[in-house]
Design a protein around this ligand. Sequence first.
Ligand SMILES: [Mg+2]
Length: 222
Amino acid sequence: MRILMDIDGVLADQVEAALPVINARYGLELTREDIREYDQVIELPDGSTTTFGTEIGPLMHSRAFVVGMRMIEGAVRGVHELGKACSETFLATSRPEAAADATQEWLSRYNLSAYLPLYIDNKAAVPGDILIDDAPHQVEAWAATGRLAIVFDQPWNRGVEEGEFIKRAVGWRQGLARAWDWVKQREREGDVTYLHYSHALRKLNEELDGLLAKYPEEGDDE
Ligand SMILES: [Mg+2]
Protein backbone atom coordinates (compact mmCIF):
# COMPACT_ATOMS: atom_id res chain seq x y z
CA MET A 1 0.00 0.00 0.00
CA ARG A 2 1.45 3.30 -1.05
CA ILE A 3 -0.06 6.57 0.10
CA LEU A 4 0.90 10.01 -1.16
CA MET A 5 0.16 13.06 0.94
CA ASP A 6 0.27 16.64 -0.19
CA ILE A 7 1.97 19.24 2.01
CA ASP A 8 0.31 22.64 1.47
CA GLY A 9 -3.31 22.64 2.58
CA VAL A 10 -3.02 19.13 4.05
CA LEU A 11 -0.06 19.34 6.43
CA ALA A 12 1.00 22.98 6.24
CA ASP A 13 -1.44 25.85 6.58
CA GLN A 14 -0.02 27.82 3.68
CA VAL A 15 -3.01 30.13 3.22
CA GLU A 16 -3.12 31.11 6.88
CA ALA A 17 0.58 31.96 6.68
CA ALA A 18 0.22 33.99 3.48
CA LEU A 19 -2.84 36.07 4.29
CA PRO A 20 -1.24 38.35 6.92
CA VAL A 21 1.58 39.08 4.47
CA ILE A 22 -0.81 39.87 1.61
CA ASN A 23 -3.14 41.87 3.86
CA ALA A 24 -0.29 43.94 5.26
CA ARG A 25 1.19 44.57 1.82
CA TYR A 26 -2.03 45.87 0.29
CA GLY A 27 -4.07 47.04 3.28
CA LEU A 28 -6.68 44.27 2.91
CA GLU A 29 -8.65 42.11 5.34
CA LEU A 30 -8.85 38.83 3.47
CA THR A 31 -9.78 35.63 5.31
CA ARG A 32 -9.25 32.02 4.20
CA GLU A 33 -12.89 31.84 3.08
CA ASP A 34 -12.06 34.51 0.50
CA ILE A 35 -9.57 32.16 -1.18
CA ARG A 36 -11.74 29.97 -3.39
CA GLU A 37 -9.02 28.80 -5.76
CA TYR A 38 -5.24 28.87 -6.09
CA ASP A 39 -5.40 31.61 -8.69
CA GLN A 40 -8.00 33.57 -6.75
CA VAL A 41 -8.19 37.10 -8.12
CA ILE A 42 -7.60 39.67 -5.39
CA GLU A 43 -8.86 43.19 -5.97
CA LEU A 44 -6.54 45.88 -4.65
CA PRO A 45 -7.44 49.30 -3.22
CA ASP A 46 -5.90 51.08 -6.23
CA GLY A 47 -8.27 49.29 -8.59
CA SER A 48 -5.70 46.84 -9.95
CA THR A 49 -5.67 43.11 -9.22
CA THR A 50 -3.29 40.36 -8.22
CA THR A 51 -3.85 36.66 -7.60
CA PHE A 52 -3.17 34.41 -4.66
CA GLY A 53 -0.88 32.31 -6.85
CA THR A 54 1.11 35.37 -7.88
CA GLU A 55 1.58 36.41 -4.27
CA ILE A 56 2.42 32.98 -2.84
CA GLY A 57 5.11 32.24 -5.46
CA PRO A 58 7.87 34.49 -4.07
CA LEU A 59 6.89 33.68 -0.48
CA MET A 60 7.68 29.99 -1.07
CA HIS A 61 11.28 31.04 -1.76
CA SER A 62 11.54 32.60 1.70
CA ARG A 63 13.02 30.24 4.28
CA ALA A 64 11.41 32.15 7.16
CA PHE A 65 7.99 31.93 5.55
CA VAL A 66 8.21 28.19 4.82
CA VAL A 67 9.69 27.24 8.19
CA GLY A 68 7.13 29.36 10.03
CA MET A 69 4.02 27.68 8.65
CA ARG A 70 1.59 26.18 11.13
CA MET A 71 1.05 22.41 11.06
CA ILE A 72 -2.61 21.57 10.46
CA GLU A 73 -4.31 19.97 13.46
CA GLY A 74 -3.96 16.22 13.67
CA ALA A 75 -1.59 16.05 10.72
CA VAL A 76 1.55 14.89 12.51
CA ARG A 77 -0.24 12.06 14.19
CA GLY A 78 -2.11 11.21 10.99
CA VAL A 79 1.09 10.91 8.98
CA HIS A 80 2.63 8.66 11.62
CA GLU A 81 -0.48 6.45 11.73
CA LEU A 82 -0.46 6.05 7.95
CA GLY A 83 3.27 5.41 8.04
CA LYS A 84 2.78 2.56 10.49
CA ALA A 85 -0.08 0.98 8.58
CA CYS A 86 1.21 1.33 5.02
CA SER A 87 4.30 -0.05 3.41
CA GLU A 88 5.13 3.22 1.68
CA THR A 89 4.16 6.72 2.68
CA PHE A 90 5.36 9.71 0.70
CA LEU A 91 4.83 13.41 0.76
CA ALA A 92 4.21 14.78 -2.72
CA THR A 93 4.30 18.51 -3.28
CA SER A 94 4.27 20.93 -6.17
CA ARG A 95 6.35 23.37 -4.14
CA PRO A 96 9.40 24.67 -6.01
CA GLU A 97 12.54 22.65 -5.33
CA ALA A 98 14.04 25.92 -4.10
CA ALA A 99 11.88 25.39 -1.03
CA ALA A 100 13.34 21.92 -0.36
CA ASP A 101 15.84 22.88 2.37
CA ALA A 102 13.31 24.98 4.27
CA THR A 103 10.68 22.26 3.84
CA GLN A 104 13.06 19.69 5.30
CA GLU A 105 13.79 21.99 8.24
CA TRP A 106 10.06 22.46 8.78
CA LEU A 107 9.41 18.69 8.66
CA SER A 108 12.22 18.11 11.16
CA ARG A 109 10.54 20.47 13.60
CA TYR A 110 7.58 18.12 13.65
CA ASN A 111 9.52 14.86 13.69
CA LEU A 112 8.54 14.09 10.09
CA SER A 113 11.97 14.23 8.46
CA ALA A 114 11.73 10.52 7.56
CA TYR A 115 8.99 11.34 5.03
CA LEU A 116 11.06 12.70 2.17
CA PRO A 117 8.96 14.78 -0.20
CA LEU A 118 8.69 14.21 -3.92
CA TYR A 119 8.76 17.54 -5.74
CA ILE A 120 6.37 16.91 -8.59
CA ASP A 121 3.60 18.80 -10.36
CA ASN A 122 1.85 15.83 -11.95
CA LYS A 123 1.06 13.64 -8.97
CA ALA A 124 -1.24 11.38 -10.98
CA ALA A 125 1.88 10.11 -12.77
CA VAL A 126 3.23 8.66 -9.53
CA PRO A 127 2.50 4.97 -8.88
CA GLY A 128 0.48 4.63 -5.68
CA ASP A 129 -2.87 3.67 -4.22
CA ILE A 130 -4.23 6.71 -2.37
CA LEU A 131 -3.61 10.44 -2.70
CA ILE A 132 -4.58 12.91 0.02
CA ASP A 133 -4.61 16.41 -1.47
CA ASP A 134 -6.50 19.70 -1.35
CA ALA A 135 -5.98 20.84 -4.96
CA PRO A 136 -8.99 20.10 -7.22
CA HIS A 137 -6.87 19.41 -10.32
CA GLN A 138 -4.64 16.93 -8.47
CA VAL A 139 -7.60 15.12 -6.89
CA GLU A 140 -9.51 14.88 -10.16
CA ALA A 141 -6.51 13.73 -12.23
CA TRP A 142 -5.64 11.04 -9.68
CA ALA A 143 -9.24 9.78 -9.40
CA ALA A 144 -9.52 9.63 -13.18
CA THR A 145 -6.98 6.79 -13.09
CA GLY A 146 -9.27 4.67 -10.87
CA ARG A 147 -7.42 5.23 -7.60
CA LEU A 148 -8.77 6.78 -4.42
CA ALA A 149 -8.24 10.50 -3.99
CA ILE A 150 -9.14 11.93 -0.60
CA VAL A 151 -9.91 15.61 -1.02
CA PHE A 152 -8.83 17.38 2.16
CA ASP A 153 -11.61 19.89 2.75
CA GLN A 154 -10.63 23.53 2.20
CA PRO A 155 -12.62 26.57 1.01
CA TRP A 156 -10.93 26.31 -2.41
CA ASN A 157 -12.02 22.73 -3.15
CA ARG A 158 -15.72 22.74 -2.23
CA GLY A 159 -16.60 22.45 -5.90
CA VAL A 160 -15.06 18.98 -6.09
CA GLU A 161 -17.84 16.39 -6.10
CA GLU A 162 -17.52 13.10 -4.24
CA GLY A 163 -17.68 9.97 -6.36
CA GLU A 164 -16.47 6.39 -6.53
CA PHE A 165 -12.84 7.48 -6.47
CA ILE A 166 -13.15 10.81 -4.66
CA LYS A 167 -13.99 11.04 -0.95
CA ARG A 168 -14.00 14.24 1.06
CA ALA A 169 -12.36 14.43 4.47
CA VAL A 170 -12.93 17.26 6.90
CA GLY A 171 -9.80 17.05 9.03
CA TRP A 172 -7.29 14.31 9.57
CA ARG A 173 -9.46 12.04 11.68
CA GLN A 174 -11.92 11.70 8.82
CA GLY A 175 -9.05 11.38 6.34
CA LEU A 176 -7.76 8.30 8.11
CA ALA A 177 -11.26 6.83 8.31
CA ARG A 178 -11.74 7.32 4.55
CA ALA A 179 -8.45 5.58 3.81
CA TRP A 180 -9.24 2.60 6.04
CA ASP A 181 -12.76 2.28 4.59
CA TRP A 182 -11.31 2.11 1.11
CA VAL A 183 -8.73 -0.52 1.92
CA LYS A 184 -11.21 -2.71 3.77
CA GLN A 185 -13.73 -2.49 0.93
CA ARG A 186 -11.09 -3.52 -1.62
CA GLU A 187 -10.16 -6.44 0.61
CA ARG A 188 -13.79 -7.60 0.92
CA GLU A 189 -14.15 -7.47 -2.84
CA GLY A 190 -11.03 -9.57 -3.22
CA ASP A 191 -9.40 -6.96 -5.44
CA VAL A 192 -6.25 -8.71 -6.65
CA THR A 193 -4.35 -5.45 -6.67
CA TYR A 194 -4.93 -5.13 -2.99
CA LEU A 195 -4.30 -8.80 -2.15
CA HIS A 196 -0.73 -7.91 -3.02
CA TYR A 197 -0.79 -5.86 0.13
CA SER A 198 -2.28 -8.58 2.32
CA HIS A 199 0.46 -8.28 4.91
CA ALA A 200 -0.09 -4.56 5.30
CA LEU A 201 -3.84 -5.11 5.35
CA ARG A 202 -3.64 -7.69 8.12
CA LYS A 203 -1.53 -5.36 10.17
CA LEU A 204 -3.86 -2.50 9.42
CA ASN A 205 -6.95 -4.48 10.39
CA GLU A 206 -5.38 -5.50 13.66
CA GLU A 207 -4.81 -1.90 14.54
CA LEU A 208 -8.00 -0.50 13.06
CA ASP A 209 -10.45 -0.96 15.92
CA GLY A 210 -8.33 0.78 18.47
CA LEU A 211 -7.05 3.44 16.13
CA LEU A 212 -10.07 5.62 15.50
CA ALA A 213 -11.31 5.29 19.08
CA LYS A 214 -8.10 6.76 20.44
CA TYR A 215 -7.68 9.32 17.71
CA PRO A 216 -8.46 12.77 19.11
CA GLU A 217 -11.18 15.01 17.77
CA GLU A 218 -8.70 17.87 17.97
CA GLY A 219 -5.05 17.44 17.11
CA ASP A 220 -2.98 17.07 20.25
CA ASP A 221 0.42 16.63 18.72
CA GLU A 222 1.53 20.17 18.11
MG1 LIG B 1 -1.97 21.46 -1.60
